[in-house]
Design a protein around this ligand. Structure first.
Ligand SMILES: C[S@@+](CC[C@H](N)C(=O)[O-])C[C@H]1O[C@@H](n2cnc3c(N)ncnc32)[C@H](O)[C@@H]1O
Ligand SMILES: O=C(O)C(=O)C[C@]1(C(=O)O)C=C[C@H](O)C=C1
Length: 244
């Protein structure tokens, strides 16, 4: 399957008022192009998820990719972990899970992956040595976020690690506005039009609800993680590892 030919022009077509963003079949079709051109450092996040898995994963345990979309992180983990590790790839968008299954068809050791079309809030996290939330928590209703992180922490085995990556809320000061402008410049440089940038901004309002770095770090502590390390930032995108 060649992902590079499917160009994201979803917000370039004016068709009445912008609808709230949904992970539907149209988004799934162009998702690799969309996420690459929208998230600075996306390739690094995906690559590092595999390297963190290599360090964290333990024989006989599970790795969870929560909000897996088309499985970029799942495949990165699969390339790095031993045979005796099971990967559970969860997404509640049917089009994403179908796309993941298609992309796993010719991947070595794909039988180690269990694709699950479910809400991450309903999935039991058990015997986990590595859990990833790569740009997913921001789509979970804020009132459910602490409970999800607490269940993840409870499901980790000793030595287990969570990787969390998010678009973060930036203070509305000069520095914050500069970051947002640079993110929009990043999108322009990747070929997005003014209409596409503003249409997607409107579509994501109240759908992607970002938290500040301080809120994320305090909540990881409240969920019972013993330590939190911030290892990545590109503009308003930040990633952490948290351990028990
Ligand atoms: C920005 S994408 C994540 C990208 C992906 N992790 C990657 O690295 O390519 C967010 C994903 O989370 C999924 N999602 C949002 N809310 C969810 C929920 N409550 N349960 C399961 N999946 C969810 C969406 O369907 C979407 O595929
Ligand atoms: O385009 C943006 O501004 C984004 O926030 C990108 C983002 C995300 O951060 O999850 C939003 C929706 C999906 O297209 C993939 C990535």
């Amino acid at each position: 399957m060649n992902d590079s030919t499917l160009i994201d022009d979803l917000f370039d077509r004016p068709s009445g008022p912008v609808r709230p963003f949904e992970f539907d079949a149209d988004v799934a079709r162009v998702f690799p192009d969309m996420v690459r051109r929208s998230v600075p450092g996306y390739a690094e996040l995906v690559g590092m998820s595999g390297l963190i898995a290599r360090r964290a994963a333990r024989p006989g345990t599970h790795c969870y990719d929560l909000g897996c979309s088309l499985g970029a992180v799942t495949r990165s983990i699969l390339r790095q972990v031993e045979a005796d590790v099971r990967l559970i790839a969860v997404d509640n968008a049917p089009a994403m899970i179908e796309g993941l299954q298609a992309r796993l068809a010719d991947v070595p050791h794909a039988e180690r992956v269990e694709p699950l079309c479910a809400d991450v809030r309903d999935v039991a996290i058990e015997n986990a040595s590595f859990v990833v939330l790569n740009l997913t928590l921001q789509f979970i209703p804020p009132e459910s976020r602490l409970d999800l992180l607490t269940r993840i922490r409870e499901g980790l085995v000793p030595g287990g690690v969570l990787m969390l990556a998010e678009k973060v809320l930036i203070p509305e000061d000069r520095g914050g506005r500069f970051m947002i402008q640079l993110h929009e410049d990043f999108k322009r440089a990747n070929g997005y039009s003014e209409m596409a940038i503003s249409g997607k901004r409107t579509a994501l309002e109240r759908v992607l609800v970002p938290d500040s770095v301080e809120t994320h770090e305090a909540r990881l502590g409240a969920a019972g993680f013993a330590g939190v390390g911030r290892w990545f930032q590109s503009l308003n995108f930040v990633a952490w590892v948290a351990w028990i």
